[in-house]
Write a protein that binds this ligand. Structure first.
Ligand SMILES: Cc1cc2nc3c(=O)[nH]c(=O)nc-3n(C[C@H](O)[C@H](O)[C@H](O)COP(=O)(O)OP(=O)(O)OC[C@H]3O[C@@H](n4cnc5c(N)ncnc54)[C@H](O)[C@@H]3O)c2cc1C
Length: 433
């Protein structure tokens, strides 16, 4: 038996939340075992080798959104820096490039209507009730673009109350990217976990968590068994329903269905040169984002870095149109979309392509989608999933109740909070079994 009661914590999932929880518990002197289904840490943070794109390109999370205090504190500890995301945002419609957002004027009206709502409704309801008709076509398209494209959300389910915090929540801080990619943060957390003695097991696909007289028994799909005093589950929401939990937790497990979970297809295309700069009279040298009506509608550069890489992004319900596509077909769809947006011969772009990577995150067996978003009943569901009255706690980005759900910050903050609750419970001797 370990030296403290409830000393051995088993953390399931080595993404940002699991690594953070493991690090916090281990450095407070607890015995921690981390069980991870993949052969790598990071989960939905997946940085590719520098040799492929000339820098550690991120196939998953890439940007730091908002103030992100936990992320910045961890970066300071790790001695990591970020660079601000800076550059021009171009809107492309029927071949015309413009830096003016066609919906900018009407957006103020949308903010006013959203602010005056006294009962939460979905985004589709908001648009149908207040912004129907041709006069609001550009506004509707912009809002749907944000809700689907940024939040990966279904507008028919997404909560306006949650989104108005995001749209109008005041000063957000600069967006940035970590120098060295999110991999640098994961590498730091992994090194910290090892330094504090965390045992890590890979290819450990957890299929059941049972409560026993003296704690938990964790069963893996390959027949492996781990025993501990407490378990912290940080698997993505869609994976939560694949793990058999103690009967007392089943109702809580069902609450997860009330939290939205969207999909993203992310493409990385590296070319021989930045051919998009060769655009006649138009100066695209500071281009950061391109928002278009193409099948892969959103693209960005690495500006101010001069990498000849374009990242393509398709999110939310429109990703289902690509369900039958393999990686090669996704890359071809991306190249065709770019040819249309920039009016270039598709063959020229194909011959320029030197490296490519496409991930449909709904097909990743240990993510089954990209990230969570708030529906009308998400806050109650989060409350329920966070309850802790047995030997199992649930953590991860989807449990975060702050403004930036679905982010790395949300995952780190959730992992940290879970570890603090456990440590406080241990100190007070009030841990439930
Ligand atoms: C394409 C994409 C782009 C994104 N862009 C951004 C961005 O720019 N900025 C941002 O802040 N966030 C972004 N995000 C969201 C961010 O990546 C996630 O919110 C965050 O990384 C989630 O961390 P987590 O620890 O909660 O979950 P995860 O990272 O998913 O970690 C959970 C871990 O559990 C493991 N696991 C699953 N099932 C089992 C099982 N049965 N047994 C054992 N282990 C299991 C998984 O393999 C995984 O390692 C993006 C996500 C995607 C997919």
């Amino acid at each position: 038996m370990a030296e403290h009661a409830h000393d051995h914590v088993i953390v399931v999932g080595a993404g940002a939340a699991g690594l953070m929880a493991a690090r916090e518990l281990a450095r407070a002197g607890r015995r921690v075992t981390l069980l991870e289904a993949r052969e790598r840490c990071g989960g939905r943070i997946h940085s590719l080798p520098e040799s492929e794109f000339g820098y550690r390109a991120d196939a998953g999370a890439e940007f730091i959104h908002g103030e992100a205090p936990v992320t910045h504190a961890l970066m300071a500890e790790a001695g990591l820096r970020s660079t601000p995301v800076d550059g021009a945002r171009w809107h492309v419609s029927h071949g015309d490039f413009s830096q003016d957002d066609p919906a900018a004027g009407q957006m103020r009206l949308l903010h006013r209507v959203a602010r005056e709502l006294d009962q939460d409704i979905t985004v589709t309801e908001l648009l149908d009730r207040h912004f129907a008709g041709d006069a609001f076509a550009a506004l509707r398209s912009s809002v749907l673009g944000m809700v689907q494209g940024y939040d990966a959300a279904d507008p028919g389910l997404a909560s306006v109350f949650a989104l108005r915090d995001e749209w109008m929540g005041g000063e957000r801080g600069d967006q940035g990217r970590i120098v060295g990619g999110y991999a640098a943060l994961v590498d730091f957390l992994v090194a910290e976990c090892r330094r504090h003695g965390v045992t890590m097991r890979f290819q450990a696909v957890v299929s059941a968590v049972e409560s026993s007289d003296d704690g938990v028994v964790i069963r893996c799909a390959d027949g492996g068994v781990e025993r501990g005093d407490l378990a912290v589950l940080t698997v993505p929401l869609p994976l939560l329903r694949t793990v058999a939990l103690p009967p007392a937790m089943r109702e809580r497990q069902q609450a997860a269905e009330a939290i939205g979970f969207g999909n993203v297809i992310k493409l990385l295309l590296r070319f021989e040169r930045r051919w998009w700069l060769e655009n006649g009279a138009r100066d695209l040298s500071d281009m950061l984002f391109v928002l278009s009506e193409a099948k892969v509608p959103v693209w960005w550069t690495q500006h101010p870095a001069d990498a000849a890489v374009l990242t393509g992004w398709l999110a939310g319900p429109p990703t289902s149109a690509f369900a039958a596509c393999d990686e090669a077909a996704l890359i071809e769809a991306g190249v065709s979309a770019l040819a249309g947006i920039f009016d270039k011969p598709v063959e020229m772009l194909r011959t320029q392509l030197v490296a490519s990577h496409a991930t449909d995150w709904s097909k990743d067996p240990f993510a089954r989608g990209a990230y969570s978003y708030a529906t009308l009943t998400t806050r109650e569901a989060q409350e329920m999933l966070s309850q802790w009255d047995g030997p199992v706690l649930i953590s991860g980005e989807a449990l975060y109740r702050g403004r930036d759900m679905g982010t790395v910050e949300a995952a780190l903050a959730s992992g940290c909070e879970t570890a603090r609750r456990i440590l406080a419970g241990m100190r007070a001797g009030t841990l439930a079994r």
